[in-house]
Design a protein around this ligand. Structure first.
Ligand SMILES: [Zn+2]
Length: 386
């Protein structure tokens, strides 16, 4: 039995009053961030040799800031400390040349969020109690059973929905041993092909992807239209200026597009979860290739980038699930796995990707290209662990 940390994301369904409150709190965090950043910049302008304000200094400034701007008292106080912590971190990264200069935040950003370190309490199957917000309707809280929640993030993104993200400690148990091993060859048409010949298809959501592309182009077109009419309006009306966000039609396209994209990402994630859970319960040793060394030069760019996203997620899931459930993941070099004959070890040379089957010129074994590669991967992995 091991204790592990899992990320849990729930939908939030705030009522009208809570929606107003949430936007106030998003705004408060943004306000503190922008104030602290402005102060740090002023300080630097006055004396370039001065250190940027550290977290402790910034926390000290919160008290006078709250007196000057009483609306900040509506916030979960810990969320303002998290803002300072993140800003201090951003400065630290800047000075260690690991990140760019921290930027001012705008209320027009598609994503709004705040993070607090206070406790949230599960009240019912679909209800939580959040600091300052009170009792709020959520999606199913069953994953949070007995968990103590000490850090939470509330966000609103381009889909127009509200979410609550939590890190939750839970206990996991080893899965029964099966004494089976498998090698996996990663591909584009099939996500993974097993050394035993089993093909695991690539997740595809063609209809959804088509919709997402369609709304992406509507979104671009409407933004362009909105920009043009906005400039005309602002040119003719000196007093009442419009901003891009005033254009409902464009906003709607942005939301629909984001919803399709989120739906595709969620379905892909569900698919990969199911697949990796199946693999981890079927095999004790899983061998995959190191994709950095895999040659995919001849693949279509789009297919490649989509496959890349899936592979990365697939590998990450296998990594932590093997660790959780007492199984072993071995990563081997992908070099020459499609050239070497898995029966006799003869290197039969490079073959165009179009050639799916071949016969070894050394031992005359007939191979399916992908299965042969998967067998080579398995053999390398077993050799590596002895
Ligand atoms: Zn051979």
């Amino acid at each position: 039995m091991t204790t592990v940390v899992k990320g849990v994301k729930l939908r939030l369904y705030p009522n009208q009053k809570q929606t107003g409150q949430l936007w106030q709190l998003f705004g408060n965090d943004r306000f503190v961030w922008n104030q602290m950043l402005a102060m740090a910049q002023k300080r630097y302008e006055n004396n370039p040799k001065s250190q940027f304000a550290n977290e402790y200094d910034m926390n000290y400034l919160l008290k006078p800031l709250k007196q000057e701007y009483p609306f900040l008292k509506a916030s979960d106080a810990t969320s303002l400390l998290v803002v300072n912590h993140n800003l201090a971190l951003a400065f630290k990264n800047l000075f260690q040349q690991r990140g760019g200069h921290p930027r001012f935040k705008s209320r027009h950003n598609a994503k709004q969020a705040y993070t607090g370190r206070s406790t949230c309490v599960v009240e019912a199957k679909r209800r939580l109690r959040l600091p300052k917000i009170g009792s709020i309707r959520t999606s199913k809280t069953s994953q949070l059973r007995d968990a103590k929640i000490k850090r939470y993030t509330i966000s609103h993104d381009a889909t127009g929905r509200y979410y609550l993200s939590l890190q939750v400690e839970t206990e996991v148990h080893d899965l029964p041993k099966t004494h089976q091993s498998v090698g996996l060859d990663m591909g584009v048409a099939n996500l993974a092909i097993g050394s035993n010949g089993v093909k695991h298809g690539t997740f595809n959501a063609r209809w959804l992807e088509k919709q997402a592309t369609l709304w992406q182009s509507k979104f671009s077109r409407r933004r362009h239209q909105a920009t043009v009419t906005m400039r005309q309006w602002n040119h003719n009306h000196k007093l009442s200026k419009l901003v891009l966000n005033d254009y409902q039609n464009w906003q709607r396209a942005r939301m629909v597009k984001a919803r399709y994209q989120a739906k595709i990402a969620n379905q892909r994630k569900d698919y990969l979860h199911k697949l990796t859970t199946d693999l981890v319960s079927q095999y004790d040793v899983i061998v995959i290739e190191d994709l950095k060394t895999k040659n995919l030069m001849h693949n279509h760019h789009l297919a490649k980038s989509i496959a890349n996203a899936s592979w990365y997620q697939f590998r990450t899931m296998l990594e932590y699930k093997c660790a959780w459930y007492g199984k072993q993941l071995v990563v081997v070099s992908a070099k020459n796995t499609s050239r070497i004959c898995s029966a006799c070890g003869h290197n039969d040379g490079a073959k165009p990707l179009a050639i799916r089957e071949w016969t070894c010129s050394g031992c005359r074994t007939h191979h399916d290209r992908d299965i042969n590669a998967a067998v080579n991967i398995l053999n390398r992995g077993l050799k590596a662990i002895g």
